[in-house]
Design a protein around this ligand. Structure first.
Ligand code: SF4
Length: 333
């Protein structure tokens, strides 16, 4: 099939819940950015987004709980101990975390996620989760982006008040990270077998990744039954091993967003982009990320402010310009 035929086929079958075949995903990822076919790819993804989401958009609010050196030393992460970027530690306490969660809830953030380095105490985090649930009333969904765990722990996290987990098999896992990919996949399987929901983006996408690698991670996210997928660019952090390579172009990230939208269709109805821009939203992303605290894309802690000055107001403006309305919940207002 030609590129345009695959795009038309993907659009026609988007509501069936079927995934696009791997070779079709790879072919769409090879379309030249800026071309007429690339524009049609984005337009088709946006039409599918309207049909699947009714132009409802959502915000993802992350709180990096600990700005601290992490001994896993992933090649793209500012927190890697070996890169020597983190020289002073900073941890969010209960008061500060509750205040930030409350702010996100007031701003209409649907998914609020606490993110930690790999070995942060899960018991301490559960104390935090219980405190948040007691002190911040609302319909928000609360999640974690933490280290590895098994099914028993997944079930325990759910009973403590956790709704969802952000976890992924990263691009270059086992090569640009010191994780055994099997260990990351075992955590994904534990989430899948538990009542927890999964959010899994294709990340951190850089110029070093092939279309084949991107397609494989996209399909894995869908097959793990992620409720949200999409893509996140690798932000080059000076001083990290991958920091010497530039960030992918906005047009390329938009292409990957559009392909994930068409590849997953109604199987994964919400598609997230980070960093967010109007172009990404016009190419089918209906979720974007605001983050504060410790950010693995930055060499200092964003305590108080939002990473890249990208806040809820800015995200809502962009969604509005791209034809969406931001809602705080799946069904209501
Ligand atoms: S990405 Fe996560 S596991 Fe890897 S170094 Fe950073 S905090 Fe540690």
């Amino acid at each position: 099939m030609t590129d345009l035929e695959i795009i038309a086929y993907a659009e026609a079958q988007a509501e069936t819940g079927k995934l696009l075949p791997r070779d079709s995903i790879i072919q769409l990822l090879a379309i030249e950015t800026g071309s007429e076919t690339w524009k049609e790819l984005g337009a088709a993804a946006r039409r599918v987004t309207s049909r699947l989401t009714h132009d409802r958009a959502y915000l993802w609010g992350a709180i990096g709980v600990d700005f601290a050196p992490c001994s896993m030393n992933c090649d793209f992460c500012s927190l890697g101990e070996a890169w020597g970027i983190v020289t002073t530690e900073r941890k969010y306490d209960e008061e500060e975390t509750v205040k930030q969660v409350r702010e996100y809830v007031q701003q209409g953030v649907r998914w609020i996620v606490l993110r930690t380095t790999e070995f942060y105490s899960k018991e301490a985090l559960m104390d935090m989760i219980r405190a948040i649930r007691t002190r911040v009333v609302g319909t928000y969904e609360l999640g974690l982006n933490i280290g590895e765990f098994d099914l028993e722990t997944a079930n325990w996290l759910h009973t403590c008040g956790v709704d969802f987990i952000y976890h992924s098999l990263r691009l270059g896992e086992g090569k640009d990270t010191h994780f055994d990919p099997k260990v990351r996949i075992a955590t994904l399987e534990a989430v899948k077998a538990s009542p927890l929901k999964l959010v899994f983006l294709v990340e951190p996408v850089g110029i070093e990744h092939s279309n084949e690698e991107i397609a494989d991670i996209c399909l894995l996210a869908a097959n793990c039954n992620a409720i949200v997928t999409g893509a996140m660019a690798r932000i080059p952090v000076p001083g990290t091993p991958l920091g010497v390579y530039p960030q992918i172009e906005e047009e390329r990230l938009a292409q990957i967003i559009a392909v994930t939208r068409l590849a997953c269709g109604s199987h994964v109805p919400d598609i997230c982009v980070h960093p967010g821009s109007q172009l990404q939203m016009e190419f089918g992303a209906n979720v974007t990320v605001i983050e504060t605290g410790s950010v693995p894309r930055d060499s200092s802690c964003c305590c108080g402010g939002k990473w890249n000055q990208f806040d809820a107001t800015k995200a809502k403006e962009l969604f509005q310009k791209a034809g969406y309305t931001v809602y705080a919940t799946a069904e209501g207002e």
